[in-house]
Design a protein around this ligand. Structure first.
Ligand code: B12
Length: 504
């Protein structure tokens, strides 16, 4: 079986963050004596040539591809290439896009309608034979028998394919040896870094966030500190092999848990264990991760600092109390100010994750967001324009607009404020990422708009606001990203694309 990580055509540097989900699936296959090749096409401009070459040189008959929605166009091209060269191969899609489209489709089915989610699901089967939704670790073994058009749905708490909290501890760690870790370029405070996930799931209900109706992304599934430490010990071994003396003193880990501080004292326990591990390995950890603002406190912040965090990231999203309510954020503006102060008091920098284009967004609310940032003066920030993806409340709970075939409207439950969105063909439309850089590449298609701001207004206001904030905060656009940064392979079919046939 061959597992494929497609390139992300929207990221300016795609060789930064290894995709752990598919590496977990690979580890399970390997544990069960199934050989697996892994094509890591992240940051490879000529990725279709790599796929073509692989198909020429190998007889593989099952291909499993992972994809977020913005990775769908590349995944589609990859599927077409494989289909052309190996017409009898079984092609399987797994990962966030398929999982979330399936969740949106299930809602349409409950309502007995066949709308945009049903069409998005059908499109998947234009390219792929089988869809795996949710946890892939067990579901992957059902692929071998699956027929064309089948959905293997592990995204259901009653399914034996859905991993229970206590089972997570018995899983193998992601097969990081199947990617060329040393070609990834992520640094925290100068230290080579890789990604880690300690716990799964977020039970909250932010309107823009995918999976609010999925067991897979909603159910909180913790692992014990001991189990995470065992993984970090292994991570360090891989990092030593990949980066040699560069990690002799400092090694970075970026935690991609939705929110590290959701489980109360779990976080403090984990941080204490990381401190001990650092002493044992005689290194300093350089750590980053996301926290939920209203749950953040001094105890957590002190422990995080001690363990090696110098920065936290948090989704403040907006400076407008009304927009925070429309998002269903739970955190208030006061919580957000308090969170920033708690971080600073404990020596932690703040990366503020902000977004515009929520229900009820106006020029005034965008100005409130700008003022909030100028008040908090975070050490860094992001300003994203909201994209309405399947599997988010903004998408799933939207209703068709009467008389308009291609427009849907979401009404924020607390205020009735509206967000409009259209229909996207995820295989052909590149989704907007953060801003100018995406636009420059001509990938800036987005269709969400509010009652007072058109999609174009939102785009202009986002760009203007970011520019002004960067000037005022003295945080210029990253200009050192070369034009061809996307192409990690520098136009060649690089020898470092790993096609590792794995002995068990
Ligand atoms: C790390 C991360 C990133 C990283 C790297 C991406 C990655 N995939 O690793 C970065 C920072 C680059 C990123 C960027 C973005 N992200 Co992001 N990200 C995440 C995050 C926080 C963790 C991913 C992860 O490792 N999960 C844990 C693993 C175990 O889960 P998994 O990857 O889904 O894999 C499991 C299953 O899906 C399945 N599976 C996966 N692949 C395959 C393949 C096969 C063959 C099989 C059988 C099974 C299978 O098995 C795996 C093990 O159970 C998730 C949220 C989350 N908690 O998952 C969001 C998430 C994936 N991101 C999301 C979004 C929206 C984005 C952006 C579009 C953000 C933006 N505003 O533009 C960009 C697009 C990036 C791109 N690649 O093009 C959405 C996805 C929405 C969608 N429709 O696809 C998520 C789900 C967040 C959310 N809740 O809304 N992201």
């Amino acid at each position: 079986m061959c597992l494929v990580i497609p390139s992300s055509l929207i990221l300016s540097d795609d060789r930064m963050i290894p995709h752990l989900g598919i590496l977990k699936v690979a580890a399970m296959l390997r544990r069960n004596q199934i050989d697996v090749d892994l094509l890591d096409l992240s940051g490879v401009a000529r990725y279709l040539e790599v796929v073509g070459q692989y198909c020429q040189e190998n007889n593989t008959d099952i291909f499993g591809i992972t994809a977020t929605s913005p990775q769908l166009p590349a995944s589609g091209f990859i599927a077409e290439t494989i289909r052309r060269m190996r017409p009898s191969a079984k092609l399987v899609l797994g990962g966030p896009h398929g999982t979330l489209v399936n969740a949106a489709y299930r809602r349409e089915r409950e309502k007995k309608i066949a709308g945009r989610a049903t069409r998005a699901l059908r499109r998947i089967f234009d390219y792929f034979d089988v869809l795996v939704a949710g946890d892939g670790e067990r579901a992957v073994f059902d692929i071998f028998q699956a027929k064309h058009g089948q959905i293997i749905d592990a995204d259901n708490r009653n399914s034996s394919l859905f991993l229970k909290r206590e089972e997570l501890e018995n899983l193998p760690f992601p097969a990081r040896d199947l990617i060329d870790l040393g070609s990834y370029r992520y640094l925290i405070d100068g230290a080579p870094t890789t990604s880690v996930i300690a716990q799964l799931g977020c039970p909250f209900g932010c309107g823009f966030c995918g999976g609010r109706n999925t067991a897979f992304l909603r159910t909180l599934r913790f692992r014990s500190a001991d189990n995470v430490i065992a993984e970090l010990r292994e991570v360090y071994r891989f990092m030593q092999t990949a980066y040699k003396e560069k990690v002799a003193q400092e090694c970075g880990a970026m935690f991609y848990d939705d929110e590290l501080n959701i489980g109360g004292d779990n976080l403090v326990r984990l941080m204490n264990a990381i401190i001990s591990l650092g002493k044992e390995l005689d290194i300093k950890w350089r750590l980053r991760g996301f926290i939920k603002a209203e749950l953040f406190n001094d105890r957590q912040a002190t422990a995080m600092y001690e363990a090696g965090f110098r920065e936290i990231l948090t989704g403040f999203e907006s400076g407008s109390p009304r927009i925070l309510r429309n998002i269903n954020k739970r955190a208030t503006l006061e919580d957000n100010y308090r969170c920033a102060e708690t971080a600073r008091r404990n020596g932690l920098r703040v990366k503020a994750l902000m977004s515009i284009g929520h229900p009820g967004e106006t020029e005034k609310t965008i100005k409130e967001t700008k003022d909030f940032i100028l008040q908090v003066r975070p050490e860094s920030f992001d300003l994203t324009r909201i994209t309405v993806y399947p599997g988010t409340p903004y998408y799933d709970e939207a209703e068709p607009v009467l008389g308009r075939k291609d427009v849907w409207v979401y009404r924020a439950p607390k205020t009735g404020d509206k967000l409009y969105s259209g229909e996207t063909d995820y295989f052909s439309d590149f989704m907007f990422y953060k801003g100018d850089r995406g636009d420059r590449k001509g990938l800036g298609k987005v269709s969400a708009f509010t009652e007072t701001l058109s999609a174009d207004d939102l785009r202009r206001l986002r760009n203007d606001t970011e520019r002004e904030l960067r000037e005022k905060l003295g945080q210029p656009y990253q200009t050192d990203v070369p034009e061809n940064a996307f192409d990690a392979s520098k136009g060649k079919i690089p020898p470092y694309i790993l096609r590792s046939t794995v002995p068990t």
